[in-house]
Design a binder for this molecule. Structure first.
Ligand code: PEP
Length: 254
């Protein structure tokens, strides 16, 4: 932490938790926050099926909701898909886009992710735009090249006025769900690169408020050292966000 950007702690529940389990978690989280508020923005991305119930459960709390994905098309014959408008209607303020699991298992490429980023902005959702290199790319010293391509293509046609509505999540693919975290220094280095890259396109003034968050095996043990980095303005947490005690420790980072 250390720049002007908002601190964001986001939970990506992926394909976990029933409606009942989601409500139980949200109720306990709300309870804990009412006793001990935190200054970071807390965002939960539950499965689509839990959104409606969580909208009701969290309506008087500061906890915000996110979709885990959306279609780029606003409506139509898209069996099995969810639009940005539907996410807004279900209480979301954010939508995770370009997650490495979407890129890997569902064939999402930079162009499609860009179409989703633009569609999210058009309907008033804030994209949590995920980028990150694979292990082979890091080993081939191609990390910054991959990050540059993902930023350039994923943010194509995003205006200077819109860049501050986007949260960028740096999630090295080799660190997601593997128990391997990037060292705070590795994450800081890539975040610095991302900020400089964006500065060149949009100008420092517009980019100063963009939150750059880190994701990849974040947990109760490593959160403090990650958040101590000046360019890390928050985290996107997968597995460690499923358990309330560990998530509470993360949002109460020191
Ligand atoms: C994620 O999927 O965004 C993620 C960071 O997962 P995990 O924390 O489990 O590595």
């Amino acid at each position: 932490m250390g720049n002007m950007a908002e601190t964001i702690i986001a939970a990506n529940w992926k394909m976990h938790k029933t409606i009942g389990q989601s409500i139980e978690f949200a109720r306990s989280l709300k309870d804990a926050l009412s006793k001990k508020p935190v200054s970071a923005a807390i965002v939960i991305a539950p499965p689509f099926t839990s959104l409606g119930a969580l909208k009701l459960e969290l309506k008087d709390s500061a906890v915000l909701l996110a979709g885990q994905n959306m279609n780029a098309v606003p409506q139509g014959a898209m069996t099995g898909e969810i639009s940005g408008e539907m996410l807004l209607d279900a209480g979301c303020k954010y939508c995770i886009l370009g997650h490495s699991e979407r890129r890997l298992h569902f064939g999402e490429d930079d162009r499609l992710i860009n179409a989703k980023v633009i569609a999210a902005l058009e309907c008033g959702l804030k994209p949590v735009f995920c980028i990150g290199e694979k292990l082979a790319e890091r080993e081939a010293a191609a990390t910054l090249q991959v990050i540059s391509r993902q930023l350039k293509e994923g943010l194509n046609k995003v205006s200077a006025g819109d860049i501050k509505k986007i949260v960028i999540a740096y999630e090295p693919v080799w660190a997601i769900g593997t128990g391997k975290t990037a060292t705070p220094q590795q994450a800081q280095e890539v975040h610095l690169f991302i900020r400089k890259f964006l500065n060149e396109i949009y100008g420092e003034k517009e980019v100063a408020g963009v939150s750059l968050i880190y994701g990849g095996s974040v947990n109760a043990e490593n959160i403090d050292s990650l958040m101590a980095q000046t360019e890390i303005s928050g985290v996107l947490v997968g597995s460690a966000s499923l358990d309330l005690a560990s998530f509470l420790r993360i949002i109460n980072f020191q």
